[in-house]
Design a protein. Structure first.
Length: 274
């Protein structure tokens, strides 16, 4: 008579025990999360206190100079890497769609406040020499006996070297004045030979660094990948490379150029937003 109610009571007590156990687990999880958050905030506050102490020790400064800022290479997380990829692809597209790398970098420098004024200048690396390979001579259409000169130039904005260009050219296909400018001055190659009304044909353009691994868009939670580690985002020195051949209007090539863009294109600072 009493068997069925007693069975129901036992089931009810068992269910209540299971609920109590789940609640206890949830409570422990909440406490652990709160402890981690508190510890993290304590570390952040300690770091902030040290930073303020250093600023005060340095003497009075203007308010805007102590506003929180960070370089682009901030915390190594999925969002930072996605931003880096978007920026590199944007710069790569702008370089490919404009005839002048110098002017493109000047606009980039101004937009990201890398220097004031945002002016890109060429700096000749004197004494550098690199023999033309057989592939370069073939592209230029010259034999082993034809002189091919080498020139290395850095494009600089403020304190930042944004790119380095390796240039092989056939001096016999340039005017004496062009050769003088290239030998004796820091004049950018394109500016020195602009009277030739040359055409540029891109041979290759590639990212030397891909911030996100292949297939990242197909992963549900891509933040946990082997490439992403704790700490600051490490950006390699070289990030983009373009190879091109320059020719006169009749199609005769006279120069092969390899342009390597550096991590300094991402060296801008901005208000901390995280």
């Amino acid at each position: 008579m009493f068997g069925r109610p007693m069975a129901k009571s036992r089931k009810l007590l068992q269910a209540m025990a299971e609920v109590g156990t789940a609640a206890e687990k949830a409570a422990r999880l909440t406490v652990r999360k709160a402890a981690r958050t508190t510890a993290r905030h304590a570390v952040e506050c300690t770091a902030l206190g040290v930073g303020v102490a250093l600023v005060l020790a340095a003497g009075p400064v203007r308010a805007e100079s102590i506003a929180p800022t960070r370089t682009f290479s901030g915390e190594d997380d999925f969002v930072s890497r996605l931003e880096a990829l978007a920026l590199l692809q944007t710069l790569n597209a702008e370089l490919l769609s404009n005839p002048s790398a110098t002017l493109t970098l000047e606009r980039w420098c101004a937009r990201h406040q890398l220097a004031s004024p945002a002016r890109v200048v060429a700096r000749l690396v004197r004494g550098a020499d690199k023999a033309a390979t057989a592939a370069i001579r073939q592209t230029l259409g010259v034999g082993e006996a034809e002189p091919v000169r080498y020139r290395r130039v850095q494009l600089v904005c403020g304190d930042f070297v944004l790119s380095e260009a390796d240039n092989w050219y056939v001096p016999a296909r340039l005017t004496p004045e062009m050769n003088r400018l290239l030998d004796e001055t820091d004049t950018a190659f394109g500016r020195a030979v602009q009277a030739l009304q040359f055409r540029r044909r891109t041979l290759s353009a590639r990212l030397l660094w891909t911030p996100l691994p292949d297939g990242w868009e197909m992963v549900r939670r891509p933040v946990q990948t082997p490439e992403i580690v704790a700490g600051a985002l490490a950006i390699p020195t070289e990030v983009i490379r373009h190879e091109a051949v320059l020719s006169v209007p009749d199609g005769t090539p006279f120069s092969v150029v390899v342009e390597t863009y550096t991590d300094k294109v991402l060296a801008f600072r901005r208000p901390s937003d995280r």
